[in-house]
Write a protein that binds this ligand. Sequence first.
Ligand code: GTP
Ligand code: ZN
Length: 201
Amino acid sequence: MTDPVTLDGEGTIGEFDEKRAENAVRELLIAVGEDPDREGLRETPARVARAYKEIFAGLWQKPQDVLTTTFDIGHDEMVLVKDIEVYSTCEHHLVPFRGVAHVGYIPATSGKITGLSKLARLVDVYARRPQVQERLTTQIADSLMEILEPRGVIVVVECEHMCMSMRGIRKPGAQTITSAVRGQLRDAATRNEAMSLIMAR
Ligand SMILES: Nc1nc2c(ncn2[C@@H]2O[C@H](COP(=O)(O)OP(=O)(O)OP(=O)(O)O)[C@@H](O)[C@H]2O)c(=O)[nH]1
Ligand SMILES: [Zn+2]
């Protein structure tokens, strides 16, 4: 098991407790008026526990674990990976929010870059946690800044929140767009260039 991750200075979290998750799901089924011992539900608590272990696997990963491959190919212009699929979980209702993330950076003049897939892995590290979209967006941007030390970063996340679609206000299709911009990408011209690449369909 990976070392527990310290989250935002909130202290060190414990290990994923599969048995406890299983018991909690069984309790939840009883609470909603179901019979957890009926044929179709007998394996459900264990299944849901395993699913949560996967859905929240990012709690056990650090950005340093995935931004491992860095190389210097002397490229110091913008690198942008767009339309990275995002599946995350709203920490208020524990239902999914899903959409896409666009992640771009301008490497340091030394040209330190990372593998393209690592940007998508980084998105997953933070998406696979109980989240709010704003924090997901800034965590991706800040960890990239810290680890790659690029001259600038832009992260744009566009998601539909199931807690707004399937319950509550019930507005399916509403898209929430959040962005985090750091370093030289704050300059209007560079930022506009990145945004026009991101928004081009
Ligand atoms: N800012 C932000 N809000 C979120 C996110 N995900 C869900 N929410 C909102 O969190 C809020 C929680 O509001 P509450 O009033 O405590 O909960 P609620 O009574 O279930 O609210 P409704 O969803 O309006 O029915 C809701 O307005 C959600 O839309 C997110 O990623 N960012
Ligand atoms: Zn929610």
